[in-house]
Design a protein. Sequence first.
Lengths: 182, 462
Amino acid sequence: MMEHRSHLYGVMGEFETPEKLLAAAKKTRAAGYVHVDAYTPFPVEGLAHAIGFRWTAVPLITLIGGILGGLTGFGLQYWCAAIAYPINIAGRPLNSWPAFIPITFELTVLGASLFSVVGMFALNKLPQPYHPVFNVERFAQGSTDRFFLVIEARDPKFDLAGSSRFLQELSARFVAEVKDEK
Amino acid sequence: MSVTQPPLNSPEIRRVEPLLEPGHTYASVTDKIAAVVLTRPLGIGWLAGFTITFCAVMLLFIAVSWLIIKGVGIWGINIPIGWGFAIVNFVWWIGIGHAGTLISAILFLLNQKWRTSINRFAEAMTLFAVACAGLFPLLHTGRPWMAYYMFPYPSTTTFWPQFRSPLMWDVFAVSTYGTVSLIFWFIGLVPDLATLRDRAKKRYQQVIFGILAMGWRNSARHWHRYQSTYLLLAGLATPLVLSVHTVVSFDFAVAIVPGWHTTIFPPYFVAGAIYSGFAMVLTLAIPLRKAYGLEDFITMRHLDNCAKVMLATGLVVAYGYFIEFFMAFYSGNKFDVFLAEQRLHGPYSHFYYALLLCNILTPQLLWIRKVRRNVLALFIMSLVINTGMWLERFVIIVISLTRDFVPSAWGRYSATFWDYATLAGTLGLFFMLFYLFVRGLPAIAISEMRELVHETDSEDHQ
């Protein structure tokens, strides 16, 4: 027999509307919980802020990607045209930079876009096929019309009975333990 | 004195033309869109359409195989008309592709809510159009297996590409556009793929959508980063989409051929691209909403807005035609004047008149509200405009190349069976991919529709 060790990941509360979830998230943070996450079938304005998520590195990563892409684009063309394969055509300048602008621009956009998307997925730690929240059966409805709030067990204030009661008091219509089976 | 006028966002005014028919909930929009992919059986219409387009793709394979065996001599091109159907079709397809990015990026930045139910399939349309477009420059080289010469790589010949050429710019512009459109489309799809994963009943669907969704779980932190990326990509795609057809126009405008060497080309090409792209959006949207009962989501307001964009860009295109003429005479350059006369009286003048009819006269009907409300009229008009835009590229390429500086360099061009077969084949490829897309992936962005339901609800409660 394989040994199944299952430990507690957190408690999950289900809310009917994004407004109720948002209010609950704010109260949860106000009550001193730190490791909180919310799950909604579409982005809800202010929710990330309410669970204490303020800053994302995505714009910075995008900027870096754009700068690298642009430098690569111009550097490549300069190196090809002026160093590796210089062709003297009636004494025209080898570093004919205006002609290099279109490709520099295209590679700037390409670099920024690829960095942005790859960076976003990497920061989100995706792809990630398994996550404890999927163990809750009702969570499958979370991509349709349910709104969930999870208080994680690693939170210093977390205790199963207390946190479950807390979610119920916040008018969650359903509260469940989230088990992590690894 | 006070005139009572309802504010612009009052229910009386906003409800006249809903973006989403009232009464929909998060679950109902999700059900309706997901069902097309997950549960609905393949209808006879789908099967028939798929079969026809599949046959056209087979024709494309035959045409391309024959091309590779025999070389570009099977086409109607000759010297001096080295750019025939291949480049006409390339520019036409890439132009059609522009509407997808315009809808998803520019209308997103402008906060136009009506983009929501049409952006997904318009982006798919962009990808398929770019795929069709990309074939032509490759095939046109005559030796497509040598196409890698265009990429800068260290070779034993020690040659490097000529980056001062617009043809090289084109390679980078089109490949960047294809890549960015693909990732933009894909990240838009990820939350919907997660929805399909959660709703799928069949095992293979769960596995496929599960892999594609990459474990997306709708976390608020994820959404936050996701929205940040989405906004940034929209901001990046906006200048990109304008640059692509600009670069395509440089293929012509940088050359000194009469009729090509004009500064009006970049804006007029971009406007033309959006014009034909919106026409194609209507060509696809009208049957799509009918076949799958999506009239609640793609409402008359969407069709009306698309028609208005077509009218506006059509007027820009008309202005482009006018300025081409005006500048030919105003410049006094005898080659330009001669070319303008050739368009009106030369051997290909009937193409030019057909172009004016399709692209300038017909769309003027869109001023009339009744026409914009008539689905059939819009559908026919979208086909007419796409024909017109194809003719525009034909006129630009063929008339200029058959009539350049000296009479000894003049020539005639006529397409062969294989030219038509390749064009028909790419049409088949485009529509076949679209048939597969409609049944394989959600044709309307589900998570964005839920957002729209939420916004519409909040307005009601105010």
